[in-house]
Design a protein around this ligand. Sequence first.
Ligand SMILES: Nc1ncnc2c1ncn2[C@@H]1O[C@H](COP(=O)(O)OP(=O)(O)OP(=O)(O)O)[C@@H](O)[C@H]1O
Length: 264
Amino acid sequence: MMNNHPPPAVRADGLHVVRGGRQVLTDLAFTVPRGSVTGLLGPSGCGKTTLMRAIAGTQARVTGTLEVLGRPAGSAALRPRLGYVTQSPSVYADLTARQNLDYFAAVLGLPGAERGRQVEAALADVDLTGRADSLTGQMSGGQRSRVSLAVALLGTPELLVLDEPTVGLDPVLRRDLWQLFHRLAEERGTTLLISSHVMDEADRCERLLLMRAGELLAEDTPEALRRTTAEGTVESAFLHLVDRARAADEPWPAHTGQKGRTTP
Ligand SMILES: Nc1ncnc2c1ncn2[C@@H]1O[C@H](COP(=O)(O)OP(=O)(O)OP(=O)(O)O)[C@@H](O)[C@H]1O
């Protein structure tokens, strides 16, 4: 029988990554459904950037299964289909926002008229039309990040991987960006994987991947995480899951014979 369902945006199974001689991602298994806004949450250093680099195909020493849009991560064919925005803005400081976009649109091979149209649309998406002719090097950090995001929107990629895109932004800009992320998913069917170490962003996501110390603690909707842990917020659900994982890691006390129980 024919299977007409497109493969998930990301599928990982038995995924391991070693960095600097140390295992930093351990046995990850998860899927990111197409068209979803999925949050990758966890404390600083838990491995979010490493996972995003692996998905974008820029991370060495990745083992296990990691498929992106149905192809092995890092495949050349994925390049125009995936937009990756790193934590530090990767745009040219001595070019204006519009010149940066025009340059990257040319690199992508967008033809003349379409190139101009996409550049203006991307500037409008990130609300930078009014600053389009300002030098990127003279912009605020938040504005520079939005230029990077606009670059990633060129070519209408199917998957956007955004590493802490709202860090350091004021509440109004944060809200506007989250509205843009949901609009991209709803109107263009884009899949967004967005990392944050701020748990209060969790409820802005449809699905969550919760990480701790290189491992996946949970993969679910914010609502289901609160329900299954009987906690009121995703932050307390996260702490609940951390405690549970720690208890499971503890050796079995000889007097109880039960794993993870330290009290009689
Ligand atoms: N270039 C590197 N070489 C070796 N180890 C690294 C390198 N970069 C990061 N690591 C280690 O890999 C682990 C995961 O780091 P990573 O940057 O993926 O975490 P993160 O969750 O994205 O953190 P943050 O929220 O602070 O950006 C950390 O223990 C870190 O020390």
